[in-house]
Design a protein around this ligand. Sequence first.
Ligand code: PAF
Length: 284
Amino acid sequence: MKTIRTTRAIRRETKAARASGHPVVLVPTMGCLHGGHLSLIRRARQLAGANGTVVVSLFVNKTQFEPSEDFASYPRSLRRDTALCREAGADLLFAPSDAAIYADGHSTFVVESRLAKRMEGASRPTHFRGVTTVVAKLFNLVQPGAAVFGAKDWQQAAVIRQMTVDLDFPIRIVVAPTVRERDGLAMSSRNAYLSPAEREQATVLHEVIGTARLAVKSATAPLPAAALRRRLMRLVDKQRLAKLDYIEFFDPKTLEPAKRVARGTHLALAVFFGSTRLIDNGRL
Ligand code: PAF
């Protein structure tokens, strides 16, 4: 596996990889890799095949952090990440500096203006603008045939898919399942911020999805979203250290809010533990 630091070198390497005629598959990450990322890299390996090229990008993208968020303290671990990428089957690790991606005077952003507005977008107004900007730049630099994203960031995947269609990127967007800890907590780099007591209570996100699933399964007709939300909110409220940001029910493809909840409706939620904000989602 080669580590690449400059945009010129990643262009050169991926151009040569494409010229070989074998697939090039990109896995964009912000590093601090965990089992969830490794499953994305393994999925990319499958898609690329033995002769294709798996490119993992590792870049803590400042434009997707709100001013009040943890950009400065976001965990960075290049040495460990390099070893993990190699083990998981990456061929190229693209780890550019901030200046390589955002040169002085950078003033162009890519904005998806419909799907990006609700849920995460409502709580973090500039977040998706940063995500779509950096992902569009990575798509231009690497020009992969496919890119793999995690289902844990369901809305992010939908926003990126829309951007890919709208901007005519000839790239297949592949969404790989969420990887969970044994107790159901979705793997996330931010789980490392949790105190032991917060970590214990953080399973409530998974519990909310499970409870909603059960409610839908045992109902004989679609359930009113408002009543189900109130019931689920009580579960979060019971956890002393948890503070709910949102619980939303929506169509998994269009992200349109659902007034009635039935099988196939999607649920997403965000919960604060102190300043750590965790998200999760699932199909009901
Ligand atoms: O999901 C992430 O880790 C980031 O949002 C991404 C897609 C790598 C863009 O910085």
